[in-house]
Design a protein around this ligand. Structure first.
Ligand code: DC
Length: 210
């Protein structure tokens, strides 16, 4: 069973996908971490994350321990990830890892293109959204919770920039799959979003798997 959880930045995909994986007894992969770790490697090497050659070399050199780094979040890491994610060769390099992960035991994967590119045959595809203002509010609270200063207007502007880049890139742009189940979490807390997601997934599970 593959559950794809796609949607824009800070829509609550990560929290939701982790809970879904635990409830369904499936492994969980945060695919954004792959792009974050590639972006971080490029920055470490002193290069520009928009440089396709450097970003591809970083993707090829990626190791599992890179995903456990403590510096993969925050505005600099966010933008580096968004930039390397727009490079077709980087996406191609990371595709096989994601497919292998899911094929081994089934999985819940969250990202931007899981339902459209990585697993178009997924059992259930959720497209999780929330208004940009609500996402900025959540991201601001998250940053402040980690002791990082966060100005609402700036966080909102960064979220809008990342949305625009993710939606408008030519390769694997952020968009719901034709058969995606839409879940708007603007007015939902984490528990309500989880309950709504489980109900949506139940509509796509074959009866013998329930
Ligand atoms: O979900 P996130 O914020 O950790 O993702 C970081 C960046 O990586 C974001 O700009 C979109 C990109 N990304 C992507 O293009 N495809 C994915 N499957 C996951 C993330």
């Amino acid at each position: 069973m593959i559950v794809a959880v796609d949607g824009p930045a800070a829509a609550g995909k990560g929290t939701l996908a982790r809970r879904l994986a635990a409830a369904l007894g499936l492994p969980y992969l945060d695919t954004g971490l792959l792009y974050r770790a590639v972006g971080r490697r490029v920055l470490d090497a002193g290069h520009d994350p928009r440089d396709a050659r450097c970003a591809l070399a970083a993707a090829r050199a990626l190791r599992p321990e890179d995903l456990a780094r403590g510096d993969l979040r925050g505005p600099v890491a966010d933008m580096a990830a968004t930039n390397v994610a727009a490079i077709a060769a980087v996406r191609a390099e990371l595709l096989e890892f994601q497919r292998r992960f899911g094929r081994e035991h089934g999985a819940v994967l969250d990202g931007r293109d899981i339902g459209t590119v990585v697993f178009p045959e997924a059992t259930a595809k959720l497209f999780v959204t929330a208004s940009a203002e609500e996402r900025a509010r959540r991201r601001q609270a998250e940053l402040q919770g980690r002791g990082m200063p966060a100005d609402f207007v700036q966080v909102l502007s960064e979220i809008r920039d990342r949305d625009a880049q993710d939606e408008n890139r030519p390769v694997a742009p952020l968009r719901p799959a034709d058969d995606a189940l839409l879940l708007d979490t603007t007015l939902l807390d984490a528990d309500a979003a989880f309950a709504a997601a489980m109900a949506l997934i139940a509509t796509r599970r074959p009866s013998h798997a329930v």
